[in-house]
Write a protein that binds this ligand. Sequence first.
Ligand SMILES: *Cc1c(COP(=O)(O)O)cnc(C)c1O
Length: 354
Amino acid sequence: MKDIQISIREDLKQKPDQDHLEFGQHFTDHMFLFDYNSEQGWHDPRIVPYGPIVLEPAAMVLHYGQAVFEGMKAFNTNNGNVLLFRPQKNMERLNQSNRRLEIPEIDEEFILHAIQTLINVDKEWIPSGKGTSLYIRPFIIATEPCLGVRAAHNYQLLVILSPVGAYYSEGLEPVKINVESSYSRAVRGGLGTAKAAGNYAASIKAQTEAKEAGYSQVLWLDALERKYVEEVGSMNIFFKINGTVITPELNGSILAGVTRDSIIELLTNWGITVEERRISMDEIYQAHKDHTLEEVFGTGTAAVISPVGELFWDDRQIIINDGCIGELSQQLYDTITGIQTGMVPDTLQWTVQV
Ligand SMILES: *Cc1c(COP(=O)(O)O)cnc(C)c1O
């Protein structure tokens, strides 16, 4: 493997108060950088003090948005270990995103090794309170200065780290979600299956309008018919109807979440039927009227499980489980967070020690 040059900063930063960590507001002392050009390929891996980077105003990422990212977490366990949750999946997905955006692929094993090295350098920053973790944000941007529209020849991969607090301060709180009927996030053949910065640019306006109307998230429908459920902001979505758990199939516009995959495997192991298929809002509304819509929850790295207490769809209010968290949602949350922090035996070998 390539050697990673490490320059440690002399003036270590003051760490934030661990009891009041807002998501993505604080960054650790160091970051990882790795450059690409056509002659040398990926080269010069280095860990340097966290700080501003220099980009030309003509850097292609600023004009045409060739940018992909990942999101994962490191957890402190009670016995002093640091664990990552299925990090190989994130590395695989980073390369899937790269392929879709014509960004050169990375050596998955090496980048995981670089992330582990960076975490070790900044391990004092991993918070230890219940529900806290170190959020890891690897991303790749096109740095070549050029206004021509084509794949860039130069890129930079960066990894930054951010200590984050418990997503829920007082237990799992069900969220209210607006079902979006005018805007679209992604369409089959577009960028939806890639973790691309541009997908978020497409979603921000709907997110702002939902917030103004009192909803914390947007539920996206398919962009063609606006009938079938796709996913939520930065989460995949599951419905428990009459004992069966249903989640939209990966249809070419949905992001394949690592948490989604883990939930499906856990439920299957527990003997609960999981269906990956198309599911329409009509079907969900009918289940609500029939009193068979038992639980709805979103899944993603940030929240793990986000119970949904209300869906608002074309003036129709769908209250789920009286707005309370469902039993299965709680059980899934406890199991996954337990595995992540070493409290529940990791029989599926999902964790990797840093
Ligand atoms: C990252 C992301 C998810 C969740 O993926 P995880 O791997 O579970 O964190 C879901 N949808 C979108 C659009 C995302 O960007």
